[in-house]
Design a protein around this ligand. Structure first.
Ligand code: URP
Ligand code: ZN
Ligand code: ZN
Length: 491
């Protein structure tokens, strides 16, 4: 008997760079050895004919999060992490969300109190900064960044969350100084409000009208503006949940100039369109998220962006609300598009959808799939090489996939607490069957094998992705020079 706790035997291993046949020896929660013919472990998992992939990292999901209007997500840290695990994900990075007037420190404590006893897989936190007061910028953020909260999301829309451009510059400046990555929800708030008012005044209040209010130009304008603000201060940013051709092109253009601008897209922008919001009655509310799904041409742009370097990460943006008065439909059938809770579920299906429609249909290689669903997330947010790869010394986070297994999606078979899925009835090929996190078998034979609270918190390092280029704009350079001459400091 060897001293491996687990050996994953005879599988086809894939990382973000390579595919090879190997056994994986696991000891003390870590990957201890890769090779052929490893000695028997205390547990042997036969992966013949299967794929052995790094556990997924979902770096954009909303869990047990109260929205700015006070609505709680349908999933808590137990149901969301169980659902993630059944979908082959072993690390999630949800948000500790500040609302105006909140102390960020207190917010982080509150989210830990929720996650600690419930999570079944590992987790880190991004922060949401909606109130960048002097206390937050000068004291709370620097201290929290040093403790491992090295990324934060800011909003350019939603009245109760949005930052003005000057506030965005303040946050970017703090991120630059202390080494954090800023994620941007890029939509122009005034454009959306202007359109929404005219739609509502004209009696156009169905879920579909959400897709008209959240016009593509609102997204592409804000994307360009966020990039301009980031460029002014030489700060990397990541544009989250990109939906449209123009926004993707704006990111691509910035990247073509060598700027550290990153992009994320999500299943809803590959597999849904605005026509889904136009379903009978208020059914379209199930598909309402911001930005909204667009059209077939936009879907093609998102697929292209996954392979041409526009997008580094493919995340779920799991924002779970039940299809009833506790969630999506506060006023039942009379709910207007302005009142529908924004967001769609996807934490369990994110990887299987991309595997089936991407890898199986030849749009993505297996290594690209691993990069987009796992490795790049870990790198982007300072968790690599502990997470996101299969390498000696990394955490033993592994999903064993049956690439031939056929699955028809049904909400009844999912493990979240949402009660519906936007992907009901779709037929997929390929499914993660056994899921290991830090050497613990979390899911096997369709059963959850671990206790609530067995997931661990992961402090994030300052990621390389957040490093400035060192290319200041002439105005900033001159301003700094002149301020320095006067003995003052800035940015
Ligand atoms: O509609 C969405 N995406 N809701 C979740 C919150 C957010 O902005 O990511
Ligand atoms: Zn957002
Ligand atoms: Zn989100």
């Amino acid at each position: 008997m060897s001293d491996f706790d687990i050996v994953v035997r005879n599988g086809r291993v894939a990382t973000a760079s390579d595919e090879f046949d190997a056994d994986v020896g696991i000891r003390d929660g870590l990957i201890a050895m890769l090779g052929r013919g490893l000695p028997k472990g205390k547990v042997d998992l036969d992966a013949r004919g299967k794929l052995v992939l790094p556990g997924g990292v979902d770096s954009h999901c909303h869990i047990e999060q109260k929205s700015s209007t006070g609505l709680m997500t349908a999933d808590d840290f137990h149901s969301a992490t169980v659902s993630a695990a059944f979908g082959g994900t072993t690390t999630v990075i949800p948000f500790a969300a500040q609302h105006r007037g909140d102390s960020l420190r207190k917010v982080v404590q509150d989210y830990h109190a929720c996650a600690g006893p419930k999570a079944v897989i590992d987790y880190a936190f991004h922060l949401i900064v909606s109130d960048p007061s002097a206390e937050v910028l000068d004291k709370e953020l620097p201290a929290l960044i040093a403790e491992g909260y090295t990324s934060f999301k800011i909003y350019m829309t939603y009245d109760k969350l949005k930052l003005e451009d000057g506030q965005i510059l303040d946050v970017l400046s703090t991120a630059r100084e202390h080494g954090a990555l800023v994620m941007v929800h890029a939509e122009n708030n005034d454009v959306i409000k202007w359109l929404a008012k005219r739609l509502v005044d004209g009696g156009l209040t169905r879920p579909f009208h959400h897709s008209l209010a959240h016009a593509r130009i609102a997204e592409s304008e804000a994307t360009g503006r966020a990039i301009a603000l980031a460029t002014l201060l030489d700060v990397p940013i990541l544009i989250v949940h990109v939906s449209s051709t123009d926004a993707a092109a704006t990111i691509r253009e910035a990247r073509g100039k060598g700027l550290r601008i990153y992009g994320e897209t999500c299943p809803q922008y590959l597999f849904l369109t605005a026509a889904d919001l136009d379903r009978d009655g208020v059914q379209g509310a199930k598909y309402c998220c911001s930005p909204p799904p667009r059209d077939a041409a936009s879907q093609e742009s998102m697929w292209l962006g996954l392979t041409n370097g526009t997008f580094q990460v493919f995340s779920s943006d799991h924002a779970p609300y039940r299809f009833d008065s506790s969630g999506k439909l506060p006023k039942g059938e009379a709910t207007t598009f302005k009142e529908i809770a924004n967001g769609v579920p996807g934490i369990e299906l994110r990887q299987a959808l991309l595997f089936s429609e991407g890898v199986r249909k030849g749009r993505l290689s297996l290594t690209e799939f691993v990069a987009l669903t796992s490795t790049n997330h870990a790198k982007m947010y300072g968790l690599h090489p502990r997470k996101g790869t299969i390498a000696v010394g990394s955490d033993a986070d592994i999903a064993i996939w049956d690439p031939e297994r056929e699955v028809t999606i049904a909400a009844a078979n999912l493990h979240d607490n949402v009660g519906y899925t936007p992907y009901e009835g779709r037929r997929l090929v390929g499914w993660p069957e056994t899921v290991v996190n830090r050497g613990r078998i979390v899911v096997s034979e369709g059963q959850l094998r671990v206790q609530a609270g067995s997931g661990e918190f992961l402090p994030c390092a300052t990621p390389a992705s957040a490093a400035p280029l060192g290319r200041s704009t002439p105005e900033i350079e001159r301003m700094q020079k002149d301020l320095a001459a006067k003995g003052a400091t800035s940015t």
